[in-house]
Write a new protein. Structure first.
Length: 280
């Protein structure tokens, strides 16, 4: 079976910082294309458009996971149980639905605000279960293993989960730092990210409107030395005017990501007294 993601870098990791890019996939399978009622172009609204290119350019020796399957196929930032009964025959009847599922952006997204309903018909339970087995579980298993190995090597691991967002109308917020309101990362790590963002002279918020989703909830365990932060970049910072291709701002965002990674690594190593040379 072809893996739905790329695992880039060493195992065990050469850095306490592990990178995750779960929403930039653009490999749209034939089965997905054939099931659409909306134009294929509408699915770009679900992508963190080309943020993987920024992360790859910023990466040095960090271990990184990049999902190639699109979010429209399955959303890695949703839990396995977040199945939409209006789309998925395998959704549990009567179970409370999260706000995301009610909005149509559950484990398999049902709709977008611009296009409305995306699919010609409901999905069979077995179809969704096959996607979970082939894409969702392997990504999370590989991410958990990378974080476990980083913590074992350095005494501390930091997950940087990299996303992008549409421009927020009427505000100065260009970047959102999410730590699930303090539950996913120690305050000292969040402070280091804030410092990198302030140095780039960008307006930012903490946890509003994006606090972090299933990836942080599942993998963060600060009391056990695994911290996790979600970073949302305004797409107009690095894309062209059509928000389609990389634009003139991309190098600055690569530099910001690199500074963020370095700051998190420094904090992780300082907290444990480790160094890359001393790690085993």
């Amino acid at each position: 079976m072809t893996r739905s993601f790329r695992l880039i870098g060493d195992t065990p990791p050469a850095s306490p910082v592990v990178l995750s890019v779960p929403h930039a996939g653009r490999d749209y399978p034939v089965a997905l294309r054939d099931s659409l009622r909306a134009p294929l172009s509408c699915l770009a609204a679900l992508e963190d458009r080309l943020v993987d290119a920024l992360a790859l350019a910023a990466r040095r020796d960090e271990t990184m996971l990049v999902q190639d399957s699109p979010r429209a196929w399955i959303d890695l930032n949703r839990a396995e149980h977040e199945r939409d009964p209006l789309l998925d025959d395998g959704a549990r009847g009567g179970a409370p639905l999260s706000a995301k599922v009610r909005a149509g952006i559950g484990l398999v997204p049902r709709r977008t605000a611009a296009a409305g309903e995306l699919w010609r018909c409901k999905l069979r339970a077995g179809e969704v279960e096959a996607r979970i087995a082939a894409a969702h579980r392997p990504y999370h298993a590989a991410l958990a293993e990378a974080l476990s190995q980083a913590r074992a090597r350095f005494g501390c691991a930091v997950l940087l989960d990299i996303h992008s967002m549409p421009p927020i109308a009427g505000g100065r917020t260009r970047l959102v730092i999410g730590d699930r309101f303090g539950r996913a990362a120690g305050a000292r790590f969040v402070a280091r990210v804030e410092g990198a963002v302030r140095a780039a002279r960008l307006g930012y918020t903490l946890n509003t409107p994006y606090a972090g989703g299933h990836i942080l909830e599942r993998h963060a365990s600060p009391h056990e030395g695994v911290h996790a932060i979600q970073l949302e970049l305004d797409r107009s910072l690095y894309l062209d005017r059509r928000l389609d291709a990389l634009g003139p701002g991309a190098p600055a965002m690569v530099a910001l990501l690199r500074a963020t990674i370095d700051s998190l690594a420094d904090e992780a190593l300082a907290a444990t007294g480790s160094t890359p040379l001393a790690a085993e």
